[in-house]
Design a protein around this ligand. Structure first.
Ligand code: COA
Length: 528
């Protein structure tokens, strides 16, 4: 846990050329444990620099010297910020990605940054809307352990070995102290040695320095069947000054039996008022954690086709949607299949999946192209596969859910419909494209209907690159699924040229409408 002392800030400072502080660390999931006598390898790398902040990717692996076995412990992302100087905010030099995997991390770093900057706001919204019903259901706690029994408080004096050359306490040191009190609190519930499984994303709100006293408080917020959430708070003070809030973290612990399987845990009886609130919020956070793990941590190929959409997983589905498209676009092994009317069709076959990319150029500004293509309702003006398209929900300013109806793939067969989440992104800086990502989601309000075959899209969308003289490159990507393949297989086999016609008419549509002001889709049609 002493991440900073082990060179993460060194990596950030080497890139920045000046002193840096830890701003935040994204969720950490510990996949396995590390035993005494095993060797820990930590690799850190600056994935991308923004203005004064940079994302450092961290890979922690373990090595058993006696069996020569190596395994992954966790993958994490920390954000470091270059300290302000007298002249103001530092402008960091850009990272230049060289390999395909560096390019991918560079591109995904922008998406992760977006998620971490809105994270606190979204969690607050979700927690304030979580229902009171869950608490009432769970409040029969005759044999439960009183939460007060798990309270731990400790005070640490920040000494020179705990701080960097700028006398600020290492973020990793604070995390380690927080983990200590959390572990004691967890063991008071279960009377055993607990294992840390996850730490939720957290933000260092303010600095602390040598000479500060750090007050660390932990309590078990809720115990689920085989895991518990411990809340930890770190505050700092010096002399008679008031306490400053430095950090709040939520850690999940398990207790493993001799076979390494999680043991059942006793229930907790929350303290009145605040304890009940924390108890309830822990339930909401558990759902958010599961959603996140399910949607983000899975390998792309393991994510089920349609994930149910709801407000608590909206941020992760949007991230998943955009990051899947970014990963597809970053691939370098596309094969040019054919070219016609300045439209190129590429394919990528791998591990039994087939992806295709259609590329064309238009003499229309990238921003205009982005606005016009973002509105899927207009797609039927150039794509005859879109028979109908309606907005189901305006999930967020960057995310809209549509229902799209496409023709039957067989003569006289049923038409298909798709429930698509469209996630839009403007460039994070001048080296990025505009992006419109599409993937299927399920919505209870839109179950499959008898007259339609429900089709699914795993990963599709546009990247739109600004070129010189208003010449914009448009790439359309699609990872073929059974619902989509019939529409394109004849093109890929060279038996048809409907895709060239479709993308030529896309260019014509964009050029015809380029003088008109385009807006992002706004109409909201809510359904029950
Ligand atoms: N996660 C990641 N980055 C964050 C962030 C968060 N939760 N909050 C802010 N940032 C980034 C901003 O995006 C911005 O990046 P950019 O310049 O590349 O656009 C950068 O931090 C500075 O943001 P700014 O708005 O100028 O400052 P702020 O008032 O939000 O302060 C910190 C951000 C991190 C400087 C401030 O919270 C702080 O000093 N925290 C304590 C850090 C510390 O001492 N850590 C060691 C442990 S004590």
């Amino acid at each position: 846990m002493l991440l900073n002392q082990y060179g993460l800030s060194d990596e950030a400072e080497r890139h920045a050329g000046c002193s840096c502080i830890t701003a935040s660390v994204d969720d950490i999931n510990f996949e396995t444990t590390i035993g005494v006598g095993q060797v820990v390898n930590i690799k850190a790398k600056v994935n991308r620099a923004f203005t004064s902040s940079m994302e450092v990717g961290i890979l922690v692996c373990c090595e058993d010297l006696f069996s020569d076995r190596r395994w992954k412990i966790c993958n994490a992302f920390a954000t470091f910020v270059a300290r302000r100087t007298e002249t103001g905010k530092v402008q960091l030099k850009q990272v230049v990605p060289r390999t395909q995997s560096e390019q991918m991390e560079y591109s995904l770093a922008a998406e992760r940054r977006r998620m971490r900057l809105i994270h606190a706001e979204i969690i607050t919204d979700l927690l304030s809307s979580c229902s009171a019903q869950t608490v009432n259901e769970c409040l029969d706690f005759r044999c439960a352990v009183p939460a007060e029994k798990t309270c731990v408080e400790s005070v640490e004096l920040v000494l020179p070995p705990h701080a960097n050359h700028q006398v600020s306490t290492f973020g990793g040191q604070i995390m380690a102290w927080m983990e200590n009190v959390a572990t004691i609190s967890a063991s008071r519930l279960c009377n055993a040695h607990p294992t840390l499984r996850t730490i939720d994303m957290f933000h260092f709100r303010g600095p602390s320095h040598i000479g500060d006293r750090l007050v660390l408080k932990a309590i078990v917020n809720n115990a689920f069947k085989e895991s518990m959430e411990v809340g930890v708070c770190a505050e700092a003070y010096q002399g008679g000054e008031p306490l400053r809030h430095i950090n709040t973290a939520f850690m999940t612990f398990e207790v493993l039996d001799n076979d390494g399987k999680p043991r059942s845990l006793p229930r907790i009886r929350p303290e009145p008022v605040d304890g009940k609130r924390r108890f309830q919020e822990a339930i909401a956070r558990k759902k958010i954690r599961l959603d996140r793990k399910y949607i983000i941590s899975c390998k792309q190929s393991e994510v089920p086709l349609s994930v149910p959409w709801d407000p608590s997983n909206q941020m992760y589905l949007s991230y998943n949607n955009v990051s899947a498209l970014k990963m597809l676009a970053a691939r370098t092994n596309w094969v040019l299949t054919s070219e016609k009317n300045q439209v190129s069709l590429y394919t990528l076959e791998e591990n039994q999946t087939l992806c295709f990319k259609v590329e064309t150029h238009v003499a229309v500004a990238a921003e205009q192209v982005f606005l016009m293509l973002s509105d899927l309702k207009r797609r039927k003006e150039w794509d005859h596969h879109y028979q109908e398209c309606e907005v189901i929900t305006e999930a967020h300013e960057d995310d809209t859910i549509y229902r799209v109806v496409t023709p039957s793939v067989t003569k006289g067969g049923k038409v298909q419909d798709f429930i698509l989440l469209a996630s839009r992104r403007r460039p994070c800086d001048s080296g990025d494209p505009y992006l419109i990502a599409l993937r299927s989601v399920t919505l209870p309000a839109c179950p499959p209907a008898e007259d339609y075959n429900r089709g699914e899209v795993l990963c599709a969308g546009f990247t739109i690159w600004e070129g010189g003289n208003s010449c914009t490159k448009i790439s359309y990507y699609n990872q073929a699924t059974p619902g989509v393949l019939p529409y394109i297989s004849t093109d890929i086999a060279g038996l048809s040229s409907s895709f060239y016609c479709t993308f030529s008419s896309c260019s014509a549509f964009l050029e015809k409408n380029k003088g008109r002001v385009a807006f992002l889709p706004t109409p909201v049609v809510y359904r029950n």
